[in-house]
Structure formats: C-alpha cells, structure tokens
Design a protein around this ligand. Structure first.
Ligand SMILES: C[S@@+](CC[C@H](N)C(=O)[O-])C[C@H]1O[C@@H](n2cnc3c(N)ncnc32)[C@H](O)[C@@H]1O
Length: 210
C-alpha cells in the first residue's frame, strides 16, 4: 500500500487484516475510541462528504435510507442533524453497533455481513450510503450489486472507496458493468480528500438506480 503521511496504527492494522475474524476483533477493541481517533487524530471526513453528496439530491427526510457498514453511527449522526430519522444501520461488528445504538439516530440496527447477500428485499430503500467501508481488507465491490438490488428505482447510492482499495480491486469494472446493464447511472464522481491528517484520498461516488 502507498505510504501516507502518518497512518494511525489501528487504521494500518485494519487495512492489513488477514481476514474477517481478525478485522472483527480489531473493531471490537477499537469501538469505544473509534470516533475520537478517526475524527480528531486522522481527520476522517468520509461520513460527511458521502452524506452531503447524497443530501444534495435527497430532500425528503422521511425517505428510508440504508447505512451499510454504519460502524459507530457517524453517518447516522449527520443524517439525524439534517432531520433524516428513517435510517437502518448494518454492520458486522456488534461492538461498533453498540456505539451506534448509544447515539440514538437509527430506526434500527442490524448485525450483517456485507460480503454476503443482504437480508433485505429488492427495492426496500430510497437510498443507500456506505462511507469508509469500501476500504482495504473490508468490503469489496461486489457489495455494490446488492446495494443496487435493495434500492428503489430512482433511488441513490452514495459511497466512498479509499484510494488504495480503488486501485487494487475492480471497482471501476463493477461500476461500468452495472452501467452497461442499465442498472444505474452516474450522477457525480470525484477523487477527493478523505483522511485529512493522514493525507489519504478516496473516490466519492453517487449513482442513481434505474
Ligand atoms: C472504517 S469503518 C466506517 C464506519 C462508518 N461508516 C464511518 O463512516 O465511520 C468500517 C466499518 O466496516 C465494518 N465492516 C467491515 N467489514 C464488514 C463486513 N464484511 N460486513 C459489514 N460490515 C463490515 C466495520 O465493522 C466498520 O464498522
């Protein structure tokens, strides 16, 4: 992985974990300190940029949103501040979900592995948001196919992909295939800052389901 200015040791470990068991254990130990570390020490803004991009297009606060890989609920916090309460959060870490529950900004929180088929029916959500979870050793691009499936036609999917993950996994290919199949269309996409103090960037993407 390309060196960044100063990578937090826990971030380094999560990006280099050898499998789901190790990753889950890292988040279990990190959950209580996660918000402080990522916001104050790393300058993480993934939750803000992905939510702001989505809310440029999503105006009705009653719409149903899936926060995929919700972690401690940073996205839910931003959505709640903007009046969006109909938000479902999923994550594979019980410890991270407990932190999210304490924020009281989700309608429901569920334990789920995003590398498997989602438990939701087709066209359940008006939007899906996934911030910080498409990253090395976490969730790969195939989850985009499930995100499209559970989103209503005309709904939006907003997500970040850490730059090193974008460069090493076939995101561009999966995105292009979904476009070629007429499953979604690009609304906005750019390369932008992600962890300000670490000097890491991401692809920030917004697609509309067709
Ligand atoms: C960097 S955190 C981002 C959390 C949150 N979205 C944010 O913006 O702060 C990545 C999250 O992905 C979750 N995660 C990793 N692999 C996962 C998987 N296979 N299924 C569901 N969640 C996963 C972790 O538990 C963690 O909460």
């Amino acid at each position: 992985m390309k060196n960044t200015k100063s990578m937090h040791p826990t971030v380094f470990n999560t990006l280099h974990s050898s499998g789901q068991e190790e990753l889950e254990s890292l988040y279990k130990d990190w959950a209580k300190k996660y918000d402080y570390d990522v916001i104050e020490l790393i300058g993480y803004i993934g939750h803000i940029i992905a939510t702001e991009l989505l809310l440029k297009y999503l105006k009705n606060p009653e719409l149903r949103i899936l926060d995929a890989g919700c972690g401690t609920g940073l996205v839910g916090g931003v959505l709640s501040q903007k009046g969006f309460q109909n938000v479902v959060g999923v994550d594979f870490s019980q410890a991270m979900l407990e932190q999210a529950g304490d924020k009281d900004v989700y309608q429901s929180l569920e334990l789920a592995d995003l590398t498997e088929e989602f438990v939701f029916e087709d066209k359940t959500f008006d939007a899906v948001i996934c911030a910080g979870t498409f990253t090395c050793a976490h969730v790969g691009p195939d989850a985009l196919i499930e995100m499209v499936r559970v989103t209503k036609i005309g709904g939006y999917i907003s997500f970040t992909v850490r730059e090193q993950e974008w460069d090493s996994a076939p995101y561009a290919e999966v995105i292009a295939r979904l476009e070629a199949l007429g499953k979604w269309q690009r609304i906005e996409q750019c390369f932008t800052e992600y962890n300000l103090k670490e000097g890491a960037s991401c692809q920030l993407c917004l697609y509309r389901v067709c």
